[in-house]
Design a protein around this ligand. Structure first.
Ligand code: KG4
Ligand code: ZN
Length: 324
C-alpha cells in the first residue's frame, strides 16, 4: 500500500467489523461480519453469544480488512476502536484486540464513541458532508437528534424516552412473524401495503424527544384484534406501522431544523436504510447504505477527528456500556 492508513475496529453490538481508511477519508477496505443469523433464533441479540462470536471473528476480520486493502500491519499508522456505548462484553473484545495490535507495533490508538462513528460515516469520501447540520441518528440501539457543529463531536438535542426506532421496527417485525432483525423486512413488505389502512399513534412528547413504546403496544392490540385475519392484512399493517415510525422521525427532524435554524439535515444509523424515511426527508444527506448499519469505516473516520492516545498509555482505557 502506498499511503499509511487507519485501522478501524467495531464490535459494539452484533457486527464484527474492521476497515482501512486513509487520513483523507478514503475507504481502502471495509469488512463486516454480521452475527444476525446467529441471534435470529433468539429473536434478538444475546450479549454473551455476541461476545463469544466477536472473539472468534475479530482476528480473521482484521486480517481480511488488511488483505482487501492490499496492506499489512506495516501500513497501519493508527488504530481506531469503538469503546462505547454498546454491549460491554462485545466492546471489550474489540478494545483488547485494538490494544494488542497497537501495542505490539507501538502505534497510537484512538478510542471512538460509537455515535460519533455513525455521524462520521458522513465525512468519508467520495461525497463528504460538511457540518454544520442537524443529524437524525436512528439505529437499533439509539434514536437521537444531534446538533453537529464540526467534525469532532456532537450535541444531543433530542432522544427517545423508551425504545429506539430500530427496536420499534424489530419488535413490530417479531409481532408480525417477520424474523430478526426486522426493519428491512417491514420496509419490503410495506411496499405492497396501504399505509393508511390502520391508524397507529404518534407519541406526543415534549421538546425534541421521541417515544415508541406506545406504538408497539398498539400494534400488539391490532394483531390480537385481527386474529386469523392478520395474515391477509400483513402488508397493510406493516405499511401503517412503518408510516407511524417514519412520520414521528421526520416530524421531529424538521422541527429540530427549524428550531436550530440549520441549513442541512443528515440521517445516519441502520434505520436510515428505510426507503420511506429516505423519501420523507428527500433533502437529507445520507451515507451510502453499507455505511448506515454498523461498520468500522465510520469508526476509522471518526478516529481522524478525535485525539489519539500515545503508546502505551491506552492500555488503561476502558469500555462503557451507555452514553452519559
Ligand atoms: O446502526 P445499526 O446497524 O445498529 C445499531 O447500532 O443499533 O442499526 C440496526 C437497526 C435494526 O433495528 C434494523 O432493524 C434497522 O436498523 N434497519 C432498518 C432497515 N434496515 C435496517 N429499519 C427500517 N428499515 C430498514 N430498511
Ligand atoms: Zn450503530
Amino acid at each position: 500500500m502506498s499511503e499509511k492508513a487507519i485501522l478501524g475496529i467495531e464490535t459494539s453490538c452484533d457486527e464484527t467489523a474492521a476497515a482501512m481508511v486513509t487520513h483523507g477519508g478514503e475507504i481502502r477496505s471495509s469488512v463486516v461480519a454480521s452475527q444476525a443469523d446467529l441471534h435470529a433464533r433468539y429473536g434478538g441479540v444475546v450479549p454473551e453469544v455476541a461476545s463469544r462470536r466477536h472473539l472468534e471473528l475479530v482476528a480473521p476480520v482484521v486480517r481480511e480488512a488488511l488483505e482487501r486493502a492490499d496492506a499489512t500491519l506495516d501500513d497501519v499508522e493508527l488504530v481506531a476502536v469503538t469503546h462505547g456505548p454498546g454491549l460491554i462484553g462485545a466492546l471489550l473484545v474489540g478494545l483488547q484486540a485494538a490494544k494488542a495490535i497497537a501495542w505490539t507495533r507501538r502505534l497510537p490508538l484512538v478510542a471512538v464513541d460509537h455515535l460519533h462513528g455513525h455521524v462520521a460515516s458522513l465525512f468519508l469520501e467520495p461525497d463528504p458532508v460538511e457540518p454544520p447540520f442537524v443529524c437524525l441518528l436512528a439505529s437499533g440501539g439509539h434514536t437521537l437528534l444531534l446538533d453537529v457543529e464540526d467534525k469532532t463531536g456532537y450535541d444531543v438535542i433530542g432522544t427517545t424516552l423508551d425504545d429506539a426506532a430500530g427496536e420499534a421496527f424489530d419488535k413490530g417485525a417479531r409481532l408480525l412473524g417477520l424474523g430478526y432483525p426486522g426493519g428491512a423486512a417491514i420496509d419490503r413488505l410495506a411496499r405492497e401495503g396501504d399505509p393508511e389502512a390502520f391508524e397507529f399513534p404518534i407519541a406526543r412528547v415534549p421538546g425534541l424527544d421521541f417515544s415508541f413504546s406506545g406504538l408497539k403496544t398498539a400494534l400488539l392490540y391490532k394483531v390480537r384484534e385481527l386474529g386469523d385475519a392478520v395474515d391477509a392484512r400483513k402488508a397493510d399493517v406493516a405499511a401503517s406501522y412503518q408510516r407511524a415510525i417514519v412520520t414521528a422521525l421526520a416530524r421531529r427532524t424538521r422541527q429540530a431544523v427549524e428550531e436550530r435554524g440549520a441549513a442541512r439535515i443528515a440521517v445516519v444509523g441502520g434505520v436510515a436504510a428505510n426507503s420511506e424515511l429516505r423519501a420523507a426527508l428527500p433533502d437529507a444527506a445520507l451515507a451510502p447504505l453499507p455505511l448506515c448499519t454498523d461498520n468500522a469505516a465510520m469508526i476509522a473516520s471518526a478516529g481522524r477527528f478525535s485525539e489519539a492516545v500515545a503508546y502505551p498509555r491506552y492500555l488503561a482505557l476502558d469500555a462503557y456500556a451507555s452514553a452519559g
